[in-house]
Structures are given as structure tokens and as C-alpha cells.
Design a protein around this ligand. Structure first.
Ligand code: ADP
Length: 528
């Protein structure tokens, strides 16, 4: 048997390890979950030690499982390569001991500092150089928040690192950060491929308090013999630093050619496409993260993906859901069947899915959901279908920003829980008016990490071989009649949020404090 590669993805809910053959076959896998800690409102933290232990366990169990199938597994394993969630921050002391938990991308406590960053500290210029949108998710905003709201901690910390840096430090005793994770900090200059002087100045932070940036194909060796043994690995097994989970998901889906767009709708959603040089958006709508020096991933994340369908399941369709459960049928399958009873366009009903505010492309936390166009002829099936259509319209609304940077796109590669529904996949083809394929996406970030690792070790000639590793499971062509319907509704969907900015602000103010007088939003709130 030829070489094997282990891809490890340090995610927000779990760490997954998958061992692949060079042609993309899965030999063994294991995932270890951990909790998200929310001790105070807005906090979303994780315990670094728990994640380190999860990484070791995921590797050890996967290697042990593979050993059952493959004799002499340690000798055959070419290397271990890493993917990790973006935007995490851990303050550590000089010995590398954490002074904080890992503050994840979901943590929103830096919201006021993100706003000040944008409005007072030239955040947009920093975005143009660093590619990370100005948002509380970004380490730049989090560090600004820590500096001002926990100054003692900020001073005391020897370094600020992300979760992957912490794990690799525990294994190799070196602080390195791959260009990909670095490019999602808001502190990394995409052209210089180094920490951005302007961002560091704003924080009063020296580069010596951050990890050393290295290419995503950088190889760490010298794993301590006792750790290697405990994991079932050879001591010399190379570890490849790898990239972030978003860019590696594109690679693992085989969506790295010009014109190919990966659209994910899981709990949240995202659109991503690969270009060959870094590019940011004059209007600040898209991110730009590194995969390799010649592969950059641009796109946008959305909050309101499949979670909105879950809200419908639980809040609008509780009785249908109960019945489905009693009959042992997936409630989502029942609801999509109900939605199929009405035609595309819901006979003039539109749903704006902004129940969780929104990131790309509007980047406005005050947006709120609404039905528009409700009339007496609308029934529950219209209301369900309109939600599915609204989620797709919302993702489609990122496409103009992406195309303004890279030109026309051809093909959509769709992934995430939504792709279990034939109706929802077809809707994507019809709204986007493009062919939609669903690649085999079992742990695409792990596969992406493994492929990048194989490239780093010279086992494959280029990343392009990934297209031979990924099969596709569904294909949908746009249905012309539906395309026409959606192209008539699209301008209405798109225009409304821009017209309602003031009203969104008022309603969120009311939600926060129903007793506050109307029409007197403070300047800060007006910029929220
Ligand atoms: P995560 O992003 O948390 O990994 P998934 O990718 O599994 O989650 O996506 C979960 C979402 O997928 C659910 O919230 C739901 O909207 C959608 N979903 C799951 N199953 C189905 C189905 N059978 N039909 C339509 N949508 C589904």
C-alpha cells in the first residue's frame, strides 16, 4: 500500500482526525468532542488543555484503528497535517501556560471595540491590508478589547496565540503560526506575509509577542519520542503546520479552480472561492485568507444558515415535528415535503432570514427577520418554503461582492446539512442560475489538511490532484421557469434591508430596552 496521511481538524465543537490514502480513501477516523463555555453573556470560550488532550486522543485512536487494517502503520504514515478553526486567542505566560481560556470566533464581547475600530481607529484601512473583516470575531478586535478592559492581563501576557499554535507548542516547543491562521487574525499583512505594523502599533504590541509566521507547508519535526510512542507514531513523523478550516474545506471539496464557488449551509453558512493573489474589497464585504502563496480564499460568512430552518422546525412547525418524530421520520424531510406543495416564489412571499443579525455582505448586527408580501392566500407551506428560499437568497447576496473581485463564477459546489434536501439543493441551482454539485464532503477540512500535507512532503505534484480524490454525489441544473421567478423576486429581496436600516436599529433598540424612548438612538447605537 502506498503512503498514508493523517488530517487533523481542531474545530469548534470537536477535533477530528481522519487517515487518508493518497487517492482520498479513508482508512480510519475518530472525533473527540468538547464543550463551549459561556460563563458570562457574549463569552464563548474553550479550555486549551481539553483541546490539546482531544487532539492527542483523536490521533491515537485513529492510528490504533488504522493499525487493525494496515500492518506496520507507523512506517506507512507519511505525516500528520493540521486544520483549525480561525480567530481564536489565548493569552499565555513566558512558559506557555495559558492565562485565559481559548476565546473563540463566536465570542462577541469585543463588539464595542470592533465598532470603535471601524469608526475611530481606521479599521477599514487595516482590513484592506489584512483581509479580516472588522468584526468582534477577529483577534484584532479581541486584543483591543483585552488591552482596554483587562489591561493587567494584557500587560502580563508574554504572548497571544491561537489554539493550533498552542497545540503545536505543546508538541514541539516552538511558537509558529501558519500564514492561513495568521491571515484570519486581522493583524497579518497579506502582501508582506508578516505581521502588519499598523495593526501592531494600534495595539502597542511587538511582533515578539506573537508567533513566528510560516508557510502552510512548513514542516515541524523532532516530536519527542515518548509522545510519538504514546500516539503510535514513529519519532521522526513529520507534522505539517497546515492552514485554517475554511480554506482547507475548499481544498477538501475540490473547489480550488477559477470560477468554482463552494457554498456551505450547515448551522451557519459561507461562500468561498480561490484566487491566486490576495484581494480585499473596497466596501469591506469579503474576507481574504491564505491557503498557499498562490492560493487565496475570498468569500463571506453568514450567520443565518440552517439554524433558521431549525427555528422553523421548532417554533413554526412543532406539531408536524412531533408527528414526524413519532413516526420515526426526519422532521426536516417532512417539512421540505410540505414546502414542495407550493411553487417557486411562494406566490409572492419573501422571507428575510436575519434572525441572528448578519455578517456578509451587510455586516449589520441589527438586521432582523421578516416575512414580506404576506396575503390571505398564504398558508403554512408558503411560510416554510419562503424560509428555505430566503436562506438561499441570503447566500446569493454575497455573490456580487465576490464576482466584483474575481469576475464571473461558473459552478457551485454545495455542502453542509442543507444538501440532504433535494428541494433545497435545486433551489440553490435555480436562485444562483448555475450548476450545483454536491461533492463527497466527509470531513472536507481533514481531507484538505491531508492534501496540503502530501504537497508539503512532495508526495503529490500540486493541489490540483484533489479533483481526482473527491467524487460528487448530486448534480442539479437550473430549471428555467424557476430561474425566471427568482430573478423577479431577487431585486425586492435585496432592496428591503437597505431601505429599512433605521427601522432595524429601532427594533433592536426596543428589544434591548422596551422602555427607551423612540427616535433618540445615541451616536454609538446609530453606528451599531
Ligand atoms: P453543522 O454546521 O453544525 O455541522 P450541519 O452541516 O449538519 O451542521 O447542518 C445542520 C443543518 O442542516 C440543520 O440546521 C438543518 O437546517 C439542515 N438539515 C439537516 N438535515 C436536513 C434535511 N434532511 N433536509 C434539509 N435540511 C436539513
Amino acid at each position: 500500500m502506498s503512503a498514508l496521511m493523517l488530517g487533523v481538524d481542531i474545530g469548534t465543537t470537536s477535533t477530528k482526525a481522519v487517515m487518508f490514502t493518497v487517492d482520498g480513501g479513508i482508512v480510519a477516523q475518530h472525533a473527540v468532542e468538547y464543550p463551549l463555555l459561556t460563563p458570562v453573556p457574549g463569552a464563548a470560550e474553550q479550555d486549551p488543555q481539553q483541546i490539546f488532550d482531544a487532539v492527542l486522543t483523536a490521533i491515537r485512536v485513529t492510528v490504533a484503528r488504522a493499525a487493525v487494517e494496515v500492518p506496520d502503520i507507523a512506517a506507512r504514515l507519511a505525516g500528520v497535517s493540521f486544520s483549525a478553526a480561525m480567530h481564536s486567542v489565548i493569552a499565555v505566560d513566558a512558559a506557555g501556560t495559558p492565562l485565559t481560556r481559548s476565546i473563540t470566533w463566536m465570542d462577541s464581547r469585543a463588539v464595542d471595540w470592533a465598532r470603535r475600530l471601524r469608526d475611530e481607529f481606521g479599521g477599514h484601512q487595516i482590513y484592506l491590508r489584512t483581509g479580516t473583516p472588522i468584526h468582534p470575531m477577529s483577534p484584532l478586535a479581541k486584543l483591543l478589547w483585552l488591552k482596554h478592559e483587562q489591561p493587567d492581563l494584557f500587560r502580563r501576557a508574554a504572548r497571544f496565540v491561537g489554539i493550533k499554535e498552542y497545540v503545536l507548542f505543546r508538541l514541539f516547543g516552538r511558537w509558529v503560526v501558519d500564514h492561513s491562521i495568521a491571515s484570519a487574525t486581522g493583524l497579518f499583512n497579506l502582501v508582506a506575509l508578516d505581521w502588519d505594523a499598523g495593526a501592531l502599533d494600534l495595539l502597542g504590541l511587538g511582533a515578539d509577542r506573537l508567533s513566528t509566521p510560516v508557510a502552510t507547508t512548513f514542516i515541524l519535526d523532532g516530536l519527542a519520542a515518548d509522545i510519538a510512542r504514546s500516539l503510535g507514531l514513529r519519532p521522526g513523523t513529520p507534522f505539517i503546520v497546515g492552514a485554517n478550516d475554511g480554506v482547507l474545506s475548499n481544498l477538501g471539496l475540490g473547489a480550488i479552480q477559477p470560477g468554482q464557488v463552494a457554498v456551505t449551509i450547515g448551522t451557519s453558512g459561507a461562500m468561498r472561492t480561490v484566487i491566486d493573489t490576495p484581494r480585499t474589497d473596497p466596501s469591506g464585504r469579503t474576507f481574504c485568507y491564505a491557503l498557499t502563496a498562490r492560493h487565496w480564499v475570498i468569500g463571506g460568512p453568514v450567520n443565518n444558515g440552517g439554524i433558521i430552518f431549525r427555528w422553523v422546525r421548532d417554533e413554526l412547525a412543532a406539531s408536524e415535528t412531533e408527528t414526524a418524530k413519532r413516526l420515526g421520520i426526519d422532521p426536516y424531510a417532512v417539512l421540505t415535503r410540505i414546502a414542495e406543495r407550493v411553487p417557486a416564489g411562494c406566490e409572492g412571499l419573501i422571507f428575510h432570514p436575519y434572525l441572528a443579525g448578519e455578517r456578509a455582505p451587510l455586516w449589520n448586527a441589527d438586521l432582523r427577520g421578516s416575512y414580506f408580501g404576506l396575503a390571505m392566500h398564504h398558508h403554512k407551506e408558503h411560510m416554510i418554503r419562503a424560509v428555505l428560499e430566503g436562506v438561499i437568497f441570503n447566500l446569493y447576496s454575497i455573490l456580487p461582492a465576490v464576482e466584483s473581485l474575481i469576475g464571473p463564477t461558473r459552478r457551485i459546489m454545495a455542502t453542509g446539512g442543507f444538501a440532504r434536501s433535494r428541494l433545497w439543493r435545486q433551489m440553490m441551482a435555480d436562485v444562483f442560475n448555475r450548476e450545483v454539485t454536491v461533492p463527497q464532503s466527509i470531513e472536507s477540512s481533514c481531507l484538505g489538511a491531508a492534501v496540503l500535507g502530501l504537497l508539503a512532503l512532495g508526495r503529490i505534484p500540486s493541489l490540483d490532484v484533489v479533483s481526482d480524490m473527491v467524487g460528487s454525489v448530486h448534480e442539479h441544473q437550473p430549471i428555467p421557469g424557476n430561474v425566471q421567478v427568482y430573478s423577479r423576486l431577487w431585486p425586492i429581496f435585496e432592496a428591503l434591508p437597505r431601505k429599512l436600516e433605521q427601522e432595524y436599529r429601532e427594533i433592536t433598540r426596543f428589544q434591548r430596552d422596551p422602555s427607551s424612548p423612540a427616535g433618540l438612538a445615541s451616536p454609538e447605537e446609530q453606528n451599531a
